[in-house]
Design a protein around this ligand. Structure first.
Ligand code: PGA
Length: 253
């Protein structure tokens, strides 16, 4: 894994936005995998700012989001689809036809997962997958447990994950759906390149285990150690449990 540590969350997000803009200059029809949650809000702000300055062009980009709550319609104010509209899609020059988000209200969730896998394949696979990490070490909604699923699937959310998403539901974790649809571990690991963004001290322990710990289903992010092209972008808080290093130092592991 490659590692980049920045003084602040904002610096980390700005650097990742530049990385994405650069990838789009090299390959305008990039297939981009996108996360939701609190962490990428600043990243999406930076991408919107780059769009305003005409420093990035999404017109030929295809996107696939990682996950969605089960039982929510795409236009539900708490859906990840609406989150993406609010924070990114409305603010960039993306072709709506090239946006892909799992439909949490699909009558047959398993068929929806199979459709999503097919759509990713037909797009030629994900070129650049952006990830967050849960404080429990999940990526997408692949939760820690005895086993992990390879492909896009239906998943039961853990209590800490429902708590982490409470803000979307008026602060009430009880209103967060108990299930979701998520890209699987193989879907994620087959991306040609991966960047994981983590900010804040509450991520420091899972980041340390992801990088230095054993590969285990108890910490799904640890499987990124198997990927040949993964960059981990951190602020000082998320890097706190790693050995001391200077600002913006990049090193190859
Ligand atoms: P967060 O979520 O950015 O809201 O902490 C990260 C994740 O669960 O991937």
């Amino acid at each position: 894994m490659n590692l980049s540590v920045f003084p602040t969350a904002r610096d980390a997000a700005a650097a990742l936005a530049d990385h994405i803009a650069g990838a789009l200059r090299t390959k305008p029809d990039l297939v981009l995998g996108l996360p939701t949650g609190r962490t990428p809000v600043q990243l999406y702000r930076e991408l919107a700012a780059l769009t305003e300055r005409h420093a990035v062009d999404f017109s030929r980009t295809t996107t696939f989001n990682l996950d969605e709550f089960l039982g929510l319609r795409p236009d539900d104010p708490a859906s990840y689809r609406r989150y993406m509209e609010r924070h990114l899609f409305r603010k960039i020059n993306i072709d709506r036809e090239r946006i892909h988000v799992l439909d949490g209200s699909a009558p047959d969730p398993e068929a929806e997962c199979a459709r999503y896998e097919r759509a990713i394949r037909e797009a030629g696979g994900v070129d650049l997958q952006i990830l967050g990490i849960g404080s429990n070490g999940h990526i997408g909604f692949n939760e820690p447990g005895d086993s992990l699923m390879a492909r896009t699937h239906r998943v039961t959310l853990r209590p800490e994950t429902r708590r982490a998403n409470a803000a979307l539901f008026g602060g009430d974790a009880g209103r967060v759906p108990g299930e979701a649809l998520s890209m699987g571990m193989a879907t994620i690991l087959q991306a040609r390149s991966i960047v994981l963004l983590a900010t804040g001290v509450e991520k420091a322990a899972s980041v340390e285990r992801m990088i230095h710990g054993p590969i285990t289903t108890r910490l799904p992010a640890s499987f990124l150690q198997l990927h040949a092209d993964t960059l981990v972008v951190l602020d000082e808080g998320a890097a706190r449990k790693l050995e001391r290093r200077t600002e913006n130092e990049e090193r190859r592991r």
